[in-house]
Design a protein around this ligand. Structure first.
Ligand SMILES: NC(=O)c1ccc[n+]([C@@H]2O[C@H](COP(=O)([O-])OP(=O)(O)OC[C@H]3O[C@@H](n4cnc5c(N)ncnc54)[C@H](OP(=O)(O)O)[C@@H]3O)[C@@H](O)[C@H]2O)c1
Length: 257
């Protein structure tokens, strides 16, 4: 059974920019109610929708349990106890050698990219079990398949979300809930302007480059088909498949990079 957005109750974290915003707009165009979550209210106000009454803002930090409580409250009130789609998209990264970083940076990255989505999901499982062809869509990264140097904290957080998604998918299929893992490669969003504890001279190497709209289209298609997984862009797929079939080659290439 396909996921049908019409009049569904959907939650999108990180809806104020990039992939999350593009995905929220696609859901709204298809007639969904969207609980749009982010810290910047003024950016949430800019979401384009054919029906303003269908956007329900929650302004706050997803790492704060009070924000997550508010998300659950707003969504379950809208759906009379049921939620159809949760998109765990809010995320951030850090660039630079592990040896020059600290525990604080690691914990900040893990809090937003791993613990926040996991705990939000935990509190929404009962409502999702009552949803219509329910889906949990986790926006991960190709770096959750193959880790690269200078992004150790980010890669660890995305490997964690990947592993947890695979385990959860098998556990909760009995409740009719699908877990869809979306792994974008480099995306031309605000992501690199809001890195955690990273000095602005640290450059990121690109692995293929898509617009947030392209990633949102791929994620939307995967949600509608209730797919297990989608990897975005040809270079992103190449990175993952070369690593899968010939890890020594990838290890050698990355040591030389
Ligand atoms: N850009 C890339 O190259 C790339 C590649 C692969 C995967 N991804 C993943 O794609 C997802 C979306 O990233 P993007 O590229 O669209 O970046 P983006 O444009 O920077 O968007 C990130 C979103 O997350 C929100 N956010 C960040 N920290 C938050 C927090 N603590 N609480 C609530 N909201 C928070 C931001 O909103 P506020 O600042 O308003 O709170 C913003 O809406 C992330 O999970 C990222 O890891 C990105």
């Amino acid at each position: 059974m396909r996921f049908d957005s019409t009049d569904s109750v959907c939650i999108v974290t990180g809806a104020s920019s990039g992939i999350g915003r593009a995905l929220a707009e696609r859901l709204l165009q298809r007639g969904a109610h969207v609980v749009a979550v982010a810290r910047r209210r003024e950016r949430l106000d800019q979401i384009v929708t054919p029906d303003a009454a269908k956007v329900h803002q929650v302004v706050g930090d997803v790492t704060d349990p009070k924000t997550r409580q508010q998300i659950v409250q707003v969504a379950t009130q809208l759906g009379r106890g049921a939620v159809d789609l949760l998109v765990n998209n809010a995320g951030s990264g850090a660039i630079g050698p592990f040896s020059e970083a600290n525990e604080e940076r690691l914990r900040k990255v893990m809090e937003v990219n791993f613990f926040a989505p996991v705990e939000l999901t935990r509190s929404l499982l009962p409502a999702l079990a009552k949803g219509r062809t329910p889906v949990i869509c986790n926006i991960s990264s190709v770096l959750g398949h193959r880790a690269v140097p200078n992004k150790s904290e980010y890669c660890a957080s995305k490997f964690a979300i990947h592993g947890w998604s695979d385990a959860l998918r098998a556990e909760i299929s009995q409740f009719g809930i699908q877990v869809t893992l979306v792994s974008p490669s480099t995306t031309r969003s605000d992501f690199f302007d809001s890195l955690i504890d990273t000095d602005s001279n640290q450059a990121s190497r690109s692995v293929g480059s898509w617009s947030p709209e392209q990633v949102a289209d791929a994620a939307m298609a995967a949600i509608e088909k209730r797919k297990d997984e989608v990897i975005c862009s040809f270079p992103g797929k190449l990175l993952v498949w070369v690593d899968r079939f010939c890890p020594p080659l990838m290890n050698r290439l990355l040591r030389q990079s």
